[in-house]
Design a protein around this ligand. Structure first.
Ligand SMILES: Cc1ncc(COP(=O)(O)O)c(C=O)c1O
Length: 424
């Protein structure tokens, strides 16, 4: 192994151009997509690709019903509306998520109430949920962040006891399982995103699952202007309530179905890579991989790396250590990046409460002027401060790349003091 660091002009470990992007696209995907153009069906909730995808995804998850939609955000919104979350109702959301989880609550004129995360899995902490429940709470909205299923047993138990609905944001956890059950079949309703980056990708899109017949019917009307559209496309042109245009496209559905035939294979590769990296990082001072609780099989949507200056024997503040290590690793071709920069309630939309204008939904008749303080979520702040995301931990990348990544981590760790000095 070359000993000179790449930041000092030495050769990099991972050759330029070696890391491939996601998702892998095959001839099967191309054929599936092009066949739609000749099929005579380009869209529609009863079009053949939409119906087939819904059936296949429901079967894969072990859910009774599935609806395909045009984004993960719309799938969460459909789930909230179908569960009869109404203006001013409160929905409990983790402070660490992509903010669209909470945006969907605002779209329903409801109020997001944030709780902090579990310090090991980084999903919503069940022990903090109970204290956040008020007489206005209608739903819990946990998130399977990084592809890690949240701790569903205590969350479902709290919901049962307090008469609440659980809507899972599984936008990052396709194919993950919790105590033998796949996400999509655990909560009362579940939303998936199939945007470009996701384990199951259609480019842009979403999937909604539930076992509840009534939720399914309301969600399907919501997806199409609040109307009832029969399978033969007959319409009464009568909206039963407010609805949206959340339909998907047939070539998107066909592409998604084709990708779905390889989801298991792709997830198996992600797990193999992630487990290898975690095992190896445990022996490299300064870095750690993620923790996985027993009974849980994550989908490894993202691979997170924790920075440990104290393990490296360096008395450096976290931000300085992390910045210096990332710069040195990137120079070696080990690309680490930041995903979020603050707890969601610390974002301007919550700080300034700029929903629909005029203070709505917080100051509308049924609302409550909840206050949002980013500093109230110390575990989220700590997670963001001491973690980073490693790119390319998915196929078509191979074990060869993971081995080079580990070489890169070792090289930087062996020279940690030099890296820190170079940074300052
Ligand atoms: C956790 C989480 N929730 C919701 C979403 C929203 O999904 P979409 O971008 O498909 O609307 C995403 C997508 O990035 C996500 O990662």
């Amino acid at each position: 192994m070359a000993t000179e660091l790449a930041i000092k002009g030495g050769p990099r470990i991972v050759p330029d151009g070696m890391v491939k992007g996601w998702p892998p696209i095959t001839q099967q995907d191309r054929d599936a997509l092009l066949a739609v153009l000749d099929s005579g069906h380009l869209h529609g909730t009863s079009a053949p690709q939409a119906l087939a995808l819904q059936k296949e995804w429901a079967e894969y998850c072990g859910a009774k019903h599935c609806l395909v939609t045009n984004s993960g955000t719309s799938a969460i919104h459909m789930a909230l509306a179908a569960a009869r979350v109404e203006p001013g109702d409160e929905v409990i959301v983790p402070a660490f998520t992509y903010w669209s989880t909470a945006a969907a609550v605002l779209h329903q004129n409801a109020i997001p109430i944030f709780v902090d995360i579990d310090p090991r899995t980084f999903t919503m902490a069940p022990d903090l949920v109970e204290a956040a429940i008020t007489d206005r709470t209608r739903a819990l909205l946990p998130v399977d962040i990084h592809g890690m299923p949240c701790d569903y047993d205590p969350i479902m138990e709290i919901a049962r006891r307090r008469g609440l609905v659980v809507i899972a944001d599984a936008c990052q956890s396709h194919g993950a399982s919790y105590k033998g059950k796949r996400t999509g079949s655990i909560a009362h309703a579940t939303a998936f995103s199939t945007n470009r980056s996701k384990n199951l990708s259609s480019g842009e899109g979403g999937l909604y699952t539930t076992d509840n017949d009534e939720y399914y019917e309301v969600a399907s009307r919501m997806r199409e202007f609040g109307e009832v559209v029969l399978p033969d496309q007959t319409r009464e042109y009568n909206a039963f309530s407010l609805g949206w245009m959340y339909r998907s496209l047939e070539w998107t559905n066909a592409f998604c179905r084709s990708q779905l035939t390889r989801l298991e294979q792709y997830n198996a590769a992600r797990r193999e890579f992630a487990e290898y990296l975690t095992e190896q990082l445990a022996g490299i001072p300064g870095f750690d991989g993620p923790y996985t609780p027993p009974g849980v099989v994550p989908a490894y949507f993202s691979y997170i790396v924790r920075f440990r200056p104290e393990q490296a024997g360096l008395d450096a503040p976290m931000d300085r250590f992390k910045r210096a290590m990332i710069a040195a690793l990137r120079a070696e071709g080990v690309n680490l990046g930041q995903w979020q920069t603050r707890p969601v309630p610390g974002q301007d939309v919550f700080q300034k409460r700029v929903g629909y204008g005029k203070g709505c939904p917080w100051t509308c008749r049924w609302g409550r002027e909840a206050t949002y303080r980013g500093e109230d979520y110390p575990r989220t702040i700590e997670f963001i401060a001491n973690h980073s995301y490693l790119a390319g931990v998915y196929p078509p990348n191979t074990m060869e790349l993971m081995k080079l990544y580990i070489e890169g981590f070792k090289k930087v760790a062996d020279n940690a003091k030099k890296v820190l000095d170079a940074a300052s």
